[in-house]
Design a protein around this ligand. Structure first.
Ligand code: PMV
Length: 334
């Protein structure tokens, strides 16, 4: 074991899945039942600094407040993994600024753990390839494996720890954007981890979901390969609705939708009927993300806003992968 006073800061962005990850086959390692595919956005970055060996014990500050409870536990467990991997025995100070509403189904944990993984690994002196960083980030939050990369990203379900990683997918010829419609920024009642466990254990629809995902992923990759926006959108919307159908059938049921969610789904259909092509996707929360062509994003936002004025809207484009902002190996550096 060695001590270190390394320090690093990293920034990562959230991602929204077009073919969803829903269900783990290994709770400890966050190995998913199925592969998934997402778009990293240029909205809602998380910036995280990790400094080893400068405090008496571990300290975690999230958005300026000392972390407590489950979020603190998750970060401490993650730091222990990094220390074990680096052969390091030093307390850490973590400070993270997250610009997405936390735990409202806007993938804040994806950006959070991708940034934490990159900052903690660099501060601990681990030299990881992007693939190894994706594997590490996955152990913080499954979807964080994908936020290591920018643009369209495929996360392989894999066979074991090392083979369950994400990698970028060429988005040649595609002009993608997402309109994020926030209907409720409150903390969700059931976290995604618990909701997944419940769905896998009790939903009679789960085997059908899991069984169809590989083919859906293949269809999505083929649609991306031929830059077929319509097919991408149709597949994404159907996949999200099916994921929610599996959780509605869980015992007890998991229902993330609010009235505004349904109003937005209706507004998306109406926009399509009127010739404005856009497709909805929903994660573990009531908010709706609407996939459209970049050139149509302003018009889609305006159409949705006219239909659901109580929601608030953000237009996002494809965003970059995780990036180190600064790193230093010794106290007082950088
Ligand atoms: O990374 P987690 O454990 O918060 O799971 C995220 C799951 C969904 O956002 C609902 C789907 C996905 O693939 O991102």
């Amino acid at each position: 074991m060695s001590t270190s006073d390394g320090r690093a800061t990293a920034v990562a962005h959230s991602n929204i899945a077009l073919v969803k990850y829903w269900g783990k086959r290994d709770e400890e390692l966050h190995l998913p039942v199925t592969g998934s595919l997402s778009l990293t956005l240029d909205a809602h970055p998380t910036t995280t600094t990790v400094a080893f060996g400068r405090t008496a014990g571990d300290e975690v500050v999230l958005n300026g407040e000392p972390a407590t409870g489950r979020p603190l536990e998750r970060v401490l467990r993650f730091l222990d993994r990094v220390r074990a991997q680096a052969g390091l025995d030093a307390p850490a100070r973590v400070s993270s600024e997250n610009t997405a509403p936390t735990a409202a189904g806007l993938a804040s944990s994806a950006a959070g753990f991708a940034a934490l993984a990159a900052a903690a690994a660099a501060a601990a002196g681990l030299r990881l390839s992007p693939r190894e960083l994706s594997v590490l980030a996955r152990k913080g939050s499954g979807s964080a494996a994908r936020s290591v990369f920018g643009g369209l990203v495929l996360w392989h379900a894999g066979e074991d720890d090392a083979s369950s990683y994400a990698e970028p997918v060429d988005a040649h010829g595609l002009d993608l954007a997402m309109v994020i419609a926030l209907v409720d920024a409150a903390q969700k009642e059931v976290g995604s981890g618990e909701a997944m466990r419940r769905t896998v254990a009790t939903s009679p629809f789960y085997p059908a979901w899991a069984g169809s995902c590989a083919a859906e992923l293949e269809s999505m990759l083929s649609a991306i390969g031929r830059a077929d926006f319509t097919a991408i959108g149709e597949l994404a919307e159907a996949n999200a609705l099916r994921m929610h159908a599996t959780m509605l059938a869980a015992v007890p049921p998991v229902l993330y939708w609010a009235p505004g969610t349904i109003a937005l789904l209706a507004a998306v259909r109406r926009a399509r009927r009127e010739g404005l092509e856009c497709y909805a996707t929903i994660d573990a929360g009531p908010n709706v993300k609407v996939l459209c062509r970049g050139a149509d994003a302003g018009a889609v936002r305006d159409a949705l806003r006219a239909a659901v004025p109580e929601a608030s809207f953000t237009v996002a484009g494809p965003g970059p992968g995780v990036r180190l902002l600064e790193t230093s190996a010794s106290a007082g550096g950088a």
